[in-house]
Design a protein around this ligand. Structure first.
Ligand code: NAI
Length: 332
């Protein structure tokens, strides 16, 4: 068996946290031969729920689960962490806009970034799930200047998986036939699900679907799927968000092979996205690091959509910056 991996989950008493922890403890996050220690971080009002979930983890007798710690202390939760999954965030209240969320959440993710900087393991990998995920990842990284910027990511794999599944359903093919989908920009309704490089069993998607379907149905459906789930289910995406988080970390650690996927990563200026923003890109994981897929052609339609989404990221960054909520990292 391999060396034990310490996985910290914040918001562990919430919905996604609950769906996530059983997948982690069963070995699906990292692999079937990797022992796991779980650190569950909550705020005091969520501690009992997290403690109850920890009892359930114990009762599941997972062979790979070595230890479960429940705490409301970020310093303790991130001490020695190899993987940090930041789910806990301030939910959007009735009538609240996304922008209203920025300040409250920046006040959560700043201290967590500082705790990661102070105590996490040298190989720490961070994925931010809690919304607004891209900007929360930026804030977290800005408070962890000693950790390389490429260790901070935002979850857009759920959007990617939704896009793959919508294409597969529309064309009546298995999801495994779909390759080359990409999500660009912000994890929000302004994201850009891009099929211009996508193929179905090797045939370009653009030859198989008409433009009207792409523009009027596919893109809005993927981008607004979270709202659709809430409307139909009466509660937000939990299982699918947890599943996408598992996909993201598994691929980051174990590699994506010959296919790319999508993740929010720090821009290096690629594809005209200003460096220092956390933007979704088509990415491959090689040797345990995400690399932005280079050299893809971007047509005028894609360019306009990417620019719109990136403008929203810039506005979010400007908002948290104006509030003085960015930390000491120069590049952020
Ligand atoms: P939830 O409200 O059920 O759970 C959130 C938990 O976080 C609560 O138990 C709360 O006590 C805890 N929490 C709040 N502040 C915290 C802090 N400072 N430290 C530790 N824990 C804290 O919400 P749910 O359904 O689990 O969703 C969590 C987040 O994930 C939301 O922001 C949601 O918008 C986001 N989300 C992101 C997706 C993505 O694709 N990136 C997809 C679906 C949801």
């Amino acid at each position: 068996q391999r060396q034990r991996v310490n996985v910290t989950v914040t918001g562990a008493g919430g919905n996604i946290g609950y769906a996530l922890m059983f997948r982690i403890a069963s070995g699906q996050l990292l692999g079937p031969d990797v022992p796991v220690a779980l650190r569950l971080l909550e705020i005091p009002s969520g501690l009992r729920a997290a403690e109850g979930s920890a009892f359930e983890l114990q009762d599941s007798a997972f062979p790979l689960l070595r230890e479960v710690l429940v705490t409301d202390d970020p310093v303790q939760a991130f001490d020695g962490a190899n993987v940090a999954i930041l789910v806990g965030s301030r939910p959007r209240g009735p009538g609240q806009q996304r922008a209203d969320l920025l300040e409250g959440n920046a006040r959560i993710f700043g201290p967590q970034g500082a705790a990661i900087n102070a105590g996490a393991a040298d190989d720490i990998r961070v994925v931010v799930v809690g919304n607004p995920a891209n900007t929360n990842a930026l804030v977290t990284a800005s408070h962890a200047p000693d950790v390389p910027a490429d260790r901070f990511t935002a979850l857009t794999r759920l959007d990617h998986n939704r896009a793959v599944a919508q294409l597969a359903a529309h064309l009546s093919v298995p999801v495994t036939s779909v390759r080359g989908v990409a999500i660009w920009g912000n994890h929000s309704a302004l994201q850009y699900p891009d099929v211009s490089h996508a193929t179905i069993d090797g045939r370009p998607v653009r030859e198989l679907v008409d433009e009207a379907w792409l523009v009027n149905e596919f893109i809005p459906r993927v981008a607004n799927r979270g709202a659709e789930i809430i409307a139909v289910r009466g509660a937000s995406s939990m299982g699918s968000a947890a599943s996408a988080t598992v996909d993201h970390v598994y691929d980051w650690v174990n590699g994506t092979g010959h296919d790319w996927t999508s993740a929010g990563v720090f821009s290096d200026g690629s594809y005209g996205v200003p460096a220092g923003l956390v933007s979704s890109y088509p990415v491959r994981s090689l040797g345990g690091r995400w690399a932005i897929e280079p050299g893809l052609a971007v047509d005028d339609f894609s360019r306009a959509r990417i620019n719109t989404s990136v403008a929203e990221l810039q506005a979010e960054r400007a908002a948290v910056s104006a509030l003085g909520l960015l930390g000491p990292r120069e590049s952020a």
